[in-house]
Design a protein around this ligand. Structure first.
Ligand code: ADP
Ligand code: MG
Length: 298
């Protein structure tokens, strides 16, 4: 089954039914992306649910997910397509000695000799897919330029073959951790969603979804502590992923409260920098020890 979201509420409900709690802006763009046929650029800090949104859209719409993980130096050959040189060579070797160049060329630059990479896969899929272009900010501007044709015209030009047009319209989500400014040309082609750390209430719902057995009072305190930790000037603030990990860990450890002792024992689950550890122990740990926490963060 593959079907589009029919309204903002429909998007929110169906995303929730597959385990993703979308807020209003996220539900809105998920709905509009399908209706307007435009890619969505999702930006925000690490671990706030950008990648998961694309996966959830795929689950909720019943569309197959095709993922292109970006990295520094990613190029056309790994993102779009590549000629299968080995197979081409073999073919050349088996051609009769008197075969003319034109004939050879026609033979070896056919689809049979192409290795499709994620973007070409998404474009040529028979059934509509969700295409996730993850962490686009890790590539360079040249790569962005390469994407423009795919994102605005849903087609790929291959010099030896011609233009390959999309058979079906993919739903495209691009994510960025905001490590560099993306080009205007790319942004112009996309709907934009800024995903930030959630409110305490929403994060509580997310934590509950991933660790339902955790006592509600403990969960609330955990989320409040996380929010307080985020307000410090840390190298790497804890994300939703860390909140979830922490909740699961506290559950396993049978913690009945998030007090100074518990924080100090389990802090490395949410904090991953030496200097941040010291800062949190000093600023948050002490507050939990003093019993001042509830009044400050409440
Ligand atoms: N709105 C949400 N509903 C449910 N789970 C969420 C939500 N946002 C984030 N998560 C969870 O948080 C974790 C981190 O999300 P992820 O998509 O990997 O972050 P990002 O791609 O932004 O770095 C995932 O395990 C995901 O399941
Ligand atoms: Mg991600």
């Amino acid at each position: 089954m593959s079907d589009e979201f029919t309204s903002i509420d429909n998007a929110r409900e169906r995303l929730a039914s597959v385990g993703y709690l979308a807020d209003e802006p996220a539900s809105l763009v998920s709905f509009l992306a399908g209706r307007l046929g435009k890619p969505v650029l999702v930006e925000g800090p690490a671990g706030v649910g950008k990648t998961e949104l694309a996966k959830a859209v795929s689950r909720a719409t019943g569309r197959h997910l095709i993922r292109l993980q970006c990295y520094e130096g990613l190029d056309e050959a790994k993102a779009l397509y590549e000629w299968n040189y080995r197979k081409q060579l073999l073919r050349i070797q088996t051609e009769a000695a008197d075969t003319g160049w034109q004939q050879v060329k026609d033979d070896i630059f056919g689809e049979e000799f192409m290795l499709a990479r994620p973007l070409l896969h998404a474009i040529s899929a028979e059934e509509p897919v969700v295409l996730l272009i993850d962490e686009i900010d890790k590539t360079d501007q040249e790569f962005e330029a390469l994407l423009l044709e795919v994102l605005s015209d849903f087609q790929i030009s291959i010099p030896e073959l011609g233009v390959i047009e999309a058979r079906t319209h993919p739903l495209v989500l691009l994510t960025s951790n905001n490590s560099r400014e993306l080009t205007e040309a790319l942004k112009r082609r996309c709907l934009y969603l800024w995903l930030d750390y959630p409110t305490i209430e929403r994060e509580l719902e997310i934590v509950h979804l991933h660790a339902p057995e955790l006592d509600q009072a403990v969960a609330r305190k955990l989320v409040e502590v996380i929010h307080m930790v985020r307000s410090l000037d840390l190298k790497k603030p804890p994300s939703i992923a860390e909140s979830i990990d922490w909740a699961r860990a506290l559950l396993l450890l049978g913690a009945e409260d998030v007090d100074q002792a518990v924080l100090e024992r389990t802090m490395s689950i949410i904090i991953k920098h030496r200097t941040d550890l010291d800062l949190v122990a000093e600023r948050v740990g002490v507050k939990l020890g003093d019993g001042l926490f509830g009044r400050q963060a409440g």
